[in-house]
Design a protein around this ligand. Structure first.
Ligand SMILES: [Zn+2]
Length: 294
């Protein structure tokens, strides 16, 4: 029996982009429907989380809230520290119960929680450059480097969550004496190719490095080495590369370098820019809110 479909709008969702520098809170249903939005700097956990909870309390009416959070975070539902930021280098934010504070502060029980990059991946899958693609990677190349993966329609978590920025990268010390900026690994991918690495290596931020500067060829080379590792381990159909440094990247040059490193063994997947530009982070949080049941 065919039942008539009642006109029904998607529920109103809340999103928190919890970043190391700023928090963005919003209410809405997607990119075309963001009604309330507020951003403020990340200060102490108590002050920042109270301010985020206040935002939703004041407006009311959201069925669920998604939090796309900087990390590392504990995403394991059975764990006593589920919903916590765990071992972050960010001062004062170690072992902070983010989900608990928002749940308590807003009275909203349904809270979706994931890494900022998994949130961004989910938003790209719903509304952006990965629509209709069941297996893809979202990589952000900004101040740091992070990656989220959706494999066969599911966000990849495993024991914790992937930390794609910290894979080891072969570096030829004869042609590149710069030892990298990662406090844990030195010359991992983030240590060599993040915005922070570019600034330290070349003495100016990536945005100011001219297009033909050798730093860009080196950047494409290191990113290609990273992407090839992800291609060989996760077999993505597409790779979305976002973030501040990626905005200045020559994508055709990057694809070429990936092909050169793969050396004909595999065909490279699509390598594309994000479909969502403004509000990408908080849209990721809204997408996470849409995944939890109220
Ligand atoms: Zn590292």
């Amino acid at each position: 029996v065919k039942r008539p479909r009642l006109p029904r709008r998607d529920p109103e969702l809340g999103g928190i982009e919890a970043g190391g520098t700023k928090f963005v809170c919003a209410i809405g249903r997607g990119p075309g429907d963001l009604r309330a939005r507020e951003e403020f700097p990340t200060t102490t956990p108590a002050e920042t989380l109270a301010r985020a909870a206040e935002f939703f309390r004041r407006r009311g009416g959201v069925e669920s809230i998604g939090i796309a959070c900087f990390g590392p975070v504990d995403l394991h539902p059975g764990s006593p520290t589920y919903g916590f930021i765990t071992s972050t280098p960010k001062e004062g934010w170690r072992n902070v119960d983010v989900v608990g504070a928002i749940r308590k502060g807003t009275g909203v029980a349904a809270i979706g929680f994931d890494t900022d990059v998994n949130g961004a991946a989910l938003a790209e899958a719903r509304w952006g450059a990965a629509r209709g693609v069941d297996s893809f990677i979202y990589l952000t190349v900004g101040t740091g480097i992070g990656g989220g993966a959706m494999i066969e329609g599911r966000l990849l978590h495993g024991r914790m969550h992937p930390e794609m920025g910290h894979i080891r990268i072969p570096r030829d010390a004869a042609s590149d004496a710069f030892g990298g900026v990662c406090p844990w690994h030195g010359d991992c991918l983030e240590g060599l190719a993040s915005g922070m690495a570019m600034r330290k290596r070349w003495g100016c931020p990536a945005e100011e490095l001219p297009a033909g500067h050798p730093g860009w060829a080196m950047e494409r080379h290191y990113l290609a080495l990273g992407l090839v590792s992800f291609i060989c381990t996760l077999s993505p159909r597409r790779i979305v590369v976002g973030g501040g440094v990626a905005q200045r990247l020559d994508f055709e040059g990057l694809r070429e370098e990936v092909r050169r490193v793969l050396n004909g063994y595999l065909e490279e997947p699509d390598i594309v820019s994000p479909g969502l530009t403004g509000n990408a982070g908080v849209l990721g949080a809204l997408a996470l809110a849409g995944k939890v049941k109220a």
